[in-house]
Design a protein around this ligand. Structure first.
Ligand code: 6LW
Length: 519
């Protein structure tokens, strides 16, 4: 029986939502303050996902300026109805929902519409299209009487598909199954005339769980599914390789199976750096409701493949070398809070990348000269070949292992006040930079590299020889230490304290290390 490996989308891709049109599946994940926002992936088999584009690919759509990395675009839902794709999402500020946006498109690759702001409070918006053609909006918000009902309330209101406005009465649907736990991430599904409300409870950390309720009418009353939690790993021991599972979205296949995408993490000794990733879980509908992972009751690292789906050629999981020759950045690259075309530009003629050094530091909440892609393997090597075109003191360019603007480590080519070129390793914690090591180099163009494994990120420079510059322990970059909602991204950057300057990047390489890589 053919199997696949979980996660089906590795690296920091939280809060997955999925829909199907014919034989094509589309997945949207949270992007927070990264830009472009809300990456859309496509698959024909639910296992191999390829980047298709982004819902937010114009700064005029949504302003991410000034946002903490873990604020921004949270937990979108993607749906399709009568030829139109819909995405609803929360723009979060200060870890609270601030605005709920609705985007539409006829092609999921884009262009997506400008957003419509909905009169909706809370987070984790979702849409349900009923058999009668009506569309229902759900989300979670603070409960009015938390001491009575618990902290979270799932609520519903109709969406007028002509005006794209919420209309009619607001219905409070359900307060969750687990007393005292915040209920969120609601999605509605209908099976044999019964409305199933499936949600997440316990918070997106260790106690994360999938819970459910059901009703005979879309507006309720909903009664808790007594089997809740229907899926969780919170009671499993340290040997469990996957934790924090929850935040599911269900999809039916043309073969009549049901599968769920879920978020989860792969911790090492209690901390994780790759972020919340996308896992695929089989679901069986029964007269009691959905049964997740009916054979095992848990999300597995290996699972039988969905039946009857065209298994597309596997998405390459091996080394990636980007020489930026295409004239535009690969969709895996993101910047922070807005476009950086004016600062980071591929050279379609010669290949390579020009980084115009910016006074905007990585610790700022602006848009530095910085591009990054999610780290997808626990054991990997990232490397780049870089030179400063006219090196001057206070100017630097290089690699960054980026958890967030207040917690990251840079390996940068720079020049001292005496004009000597050097490579400097710097760790930033709580926004304060500490120089860990400096190595003189003999040439103006060097290879900067970082190797990661269970214990540390180890940084090297290659000029006419290979020198280890230093290491930073892996947990330093973990979400548990950093807080927030994102995983490590590996980036290229350039900063200038005074004057203008440029760096030339010939290539960037990312390679999973084969030995014992479970990530
Ligand atoms: C997401 C919500 C959550 O909206 O975190 O902790 C938010 N739970 O479901 C960001 O991922």
């Amino acid at each position: 029986m053919p199997t696949f490996s979980n996660p089906v989308l590795a690296g920091s891709r939280p809060d997955p939502s999925v829909c199907r049109v014919g034989e094509d599946f589309y997945l949207v994940t949270s992007s927070f303050a990264y830009y472009p926002g809300l990456p859309v992936h496509h698959s024909r088999d639910l296992v191999d996902w390829r980047p298709l584009g982004h819902v937010v690919d114009r700064p005029s759509q949504v302003s991410l300026t000034g946002l903490d990395v873990s604020d921004g675009l949270w937990a979108a839902t993607v749906r399709h109805h009568e030829g139109t794709f819909y995405v609803v999402v929360t723009l979060a500020r200060g870890r609270r929902g601030s605005t709920t946006y609705l985007f539409t498109a006829s092609d999921p690759a884009g262009p997506w519409s400008d957003p419509v702001a909905l009169d909706a409070e809370g987070i984790d918006p979702s849409l349900f299209f009923d058999d009668d053609g009506r569309c229902w909006f759900t989300a979670c918000r603070d409960a009015a009487e938390p001491e009575v009902t618990g902290p979270g309330e799932l609520w519903l209101r109709e969406l007028d598909l002509d005006t794209l406005e919420l209309t009619g009465p607001v219905h409070a649907l359900w307060y969750g199954a687990l007393r005292g736990a915040w209920v969120e991430a609601p999605h509605l599904y209908k099976r044999d005339g019964v409305y199933h409300l499936i949600a997440a409870e316990g918070g997106t950390e260790h106690h994360h769980a999938v819970t459910a309720a059901r009703a005979d009418s879309v507006t309720g009353p909903y009664t808790t599914d007594p089997r809740s939690p229907l899926l969780t790993h919170r009671h499993r021991g340290a040997a469990e390789p996957i934790h924090n599972v929850g935040h599911v979205d269900l999809v039916d296949t043309p073969a009549g199976e049901t599968w769920a995408v879920a978020l989860g993490i792969r911790p090492t000794e209690g901390t994780h750096t790759l972020g919340r990733e996308v896992f695929l879980v089989p679901v069986e509908w029964t007269d009691r409701g959905p049964v997740f992972a009916p054979e095992t009751g848990r999300v597995g690292l290996s699972e039988r493949r969905p039946a009857g789906l065209a298994s597309a050629p596997a998405v390459p999981d091996g080394p990636v070398r980007d020489d930026f020759a295409g004239g535009s950045l690969d969709p895996e690259w993101s910047s922070l809070r807005g476009p950086v075309d004016h600062l980071v530009s591929p050279d379609s003629a010669e290949g390579g990348l020009t980084i115009r050094l910016s006074p905007e530091l990585l610790t700022s909440t602006g848009t530095p000269a910085f591009i990054a892609r999610p780290q997808q393997h626990l054991r990997m090597r990232a490397a780049t070949r870089v030179r400063l075109t006219a090196p001057a003191p206070t100017q630097e360019a290089g690699l960054v292992v980026f958890q967030n603007d207040r917690r990251h480590a840079t390996l940068a080519l720079t020049v001292g006040s005496d004009g000597t070129l050097r490579v400097v390793l710097t760790a930033v914690e709580a926004g304060t930079a500490t120089r860990l090591a400096a190595v003189p180099v003999t040439v103006s163009e060097v290879v900067l590299a970082v190797d990661s494994d269970e214990s540390a990120y180890t940084f090297h420079v290659e000029d006419d020889s290979r020198t280890t510059v230093g290491s930073v322990e892996r947990p330093f970059f973990s979400t548990e230490r950093a807080g927030g909602f994102v995983g490590v991204h590996l980036g290229l950057y350039g900063t200038s304290g005074t004057g203008e300057g440029e760096a030339r990047v010939r290539w960037f390489e990312y390679a999973p290390s084969l030995a014992g890589n479970d990530g």
